[in-house]
Write a protein that binds this ligand. Sequence first.
Ligand code: ZN
Ligand code: ZN
Length: 137
Amino acid sequence: MERSTRQRSAIRDALQAAQRPLLPQEVLTAAQTQVPGMGIATVYRNLKALLDEGAIQLVSLPGENPRYETRGHGHHHHFQCTACERVFDVHACPGDLSRLAPAGFTVEDHELTLYGRCRECQPPPARRQRPSSSRPG
Ligand SMILES: [Zn+2]
Ligand SMILES: [Zn+2]
């Protein structure tokens, strides 16, 4: 396969496999497992091309660098871990939020980002819970 084609498909694969929005740097790390020596400029160039083709879409969270995700998994939301700062997909939706809008306003769309800690970043339990039943003696 031509090198540029290989790079492109490695970048696509990285986004597909992650199943969450990735920063260009995260795309690079993942794509380098397929194409060692790939540079960040290549990642940016291919992300732009994939974006123009409509194969991927931008995820812009306030105050964050743009991330990229594959298209075609419908309406969904995101969760950002405040510890590792990774962004994950949330496939639940509260549905119609019209009731939150001021009277007379029409809601056309919504975006929702949850913040907290991902599974890997849960703080260790402060102290082992003792069994609630008291021991004899
Ligand atoms: Zn985390
Ligand atoms: Zn929603």
